[in-house]
Design a protein around this ligand. Structure first.
Ligand code: KIV
Length: 280
C-alpha cells in the first residue's frame, strides 16, 4: 500500500497476513481527525466513548444516533487516508435487523463513515449478516462491551473463567463466519486474545487485550491525558495535553488580569486624523 493511499478493509487483511501491526485511535472532531490522519493512523474509530470523554456522561448508554452522525461527519471531513469506522450506539441495533440497517445506513450516508462497529457476539449475528449482505463493512467488538455495563456489573476484565473464555472464542468464530472484517477485543486476558487472534483470518484490534492482537486501539483522550475522571490500567499516556491546556488557561487569565493581554501587536490601530475627528 502506497504511503498516502486510502486504507481499505482489504488492506487490513493483508496487513495481518504480512504481520504488519494495525494502528487505530478514536477521534470525535475535525482537528483531531486531521492530526491523526497526517500522523498516518490506519483506522479512526468514532467511538460511542464520546459519550464519556466528550459529552460528559457516566457511560456510553445515553449516546444517540444523532450524536454519532454529528461527530462522524466532523471526523470524515478531517480524514483523507484512514478508514473511518462509526460506532453503532446503544439501542441502534439491538431492536431489529430493520432498525440496524437504517441506522448503519445513516452512519455511511450522512456520517460519511466507511464501516460500522457493533458490540456483541451470537446475539448480533442476524444484524451482522444483513449489513454485510447490504455492502456495509462491520467491525465486531467482544470482551468488555461498555454498552452492557449495567449487565456486566461495571468495567471489568472479561473471559477469565473457562466457560466465559470459551464463549468468547465461539462468538469470535461466529462473527467471522457472519462476515466481519475486523474484531475489537476489549479488556480480556492476553493469552485468550492471542488464541482468538491466531484462530481468526480477520485482524483483531486489542484494547487491554495484550500485545499479540493484530493491532491496537486507544481512546485518544485517554492517551493524551485529557480525560482524568477514570484511567484504565491498560492506558499508556503519550502526552499530558490536559495539563498543558490547564496551564495555558491559567497563563491567559493571569495576562488578562494584569492587563498584559492584548499587547499593541495584538490590537488594531486607527489613524490620528480619524481619532481627532471622532473624539475632539
Ligand atoms: O467507543 C469506543 O471508543 C470503543 C473503543 C474503546 C474500542 O469502542
Amino acid at each position: 500500500m502506497a504511503e498516502r493511499e486510502k486504507v481499505r478493509i482489504t488492506h487490513l487483511k493483508k496487513m495481518k497476513e504480512q504481520g504488519q501491526k494495525i494502528t487505530m485511535l478514536t477521534a470525535y472532531d475535525y482537528p483531531t481527525a486531521r492530526l491523526e490522519d497526517e500522523a498516518g493512523i490506519d483506522i479512526m474509530l468514532v467511538g460511542d466513548s464520546l459519550g464519556m470523554v466528550v459529552l460528559g456522561y457516566e457511560d456510553t448508554v445515553p449516546v444517540t444516533m444523532e450524536d454519532m452522525i454529528h461527530h462522524t461527519k466532523a471526523v470524515a471531513r478531517g480524514t483523507e487516508r484512514a478508514l473511518v469506522v462509526g460506532d453503532m450506539p446503544f439501542m441502534s441495533f439491538q431492536v431489529s435487523v430493520e432498525d440496524t440497517m437504517k441506522n448503519a445506513g445513516r452512519l455511511l450516508k450522512e456520517g460519511m463513515a466507511q464501516a460500522v462497529k457493533l458490540e456483541g457476539g451470537e446475539e448480533v449475528l442476524p444484524q451482522t449478516r444483513a449489513l454485510v449482505k447490504a455492502g456495509i463493512p462491520v467491525m465486531g467488538h467482544l470482551g468488555l462491551t461498555p454498552q452492557s455495563v449495567n449487565q456486566l456489573g461495571g468495567f471489568k476484565v472479561q473471559g477469565k473463567e473457562v466457560a466465559e473464555a470459551k464463549k468468547l472464542i465461539d462468538d469470535a468464530r461466529l462473527l467471522e463466519e457472519a462476515g466481519i472484517f475486523s474484531l475489537v477485543l476489549e479488556c480480556i486476558p492476553a493469552p485468550l486474545a492471542r488464541e482468538i487472534t491466531s484462530e481468526l483470518k480477520v485482524p483483531t484490534i486489542g484494547i487491554g487485550a495484550g500485545p499479540d492482537c493484530d493491532g491496537q486501539v486507544l481512546v485518544v483522550h485517554d492517551m493524551l491525558g485529557m480525560y482524568q475522571r477514570f484511567v484504565p490500567r491498560f492506558v499508556r499516556r503519550y502526552g499530558e495535553i490536559g495539563e498543558s491546556m490547564k496551564e495555558a488557561f491559567q497563563r491567559y487569565m493571569e495576562d488578562v488580569r494584569n492587563g498584559k493581554f492584548p499587547a499593541e501587536s495584538e490590537s488594531f490601530s486607527m489613524d490620528e486624523e480619524t481619532i481627532k475627528k471622532l473624539f475632539s
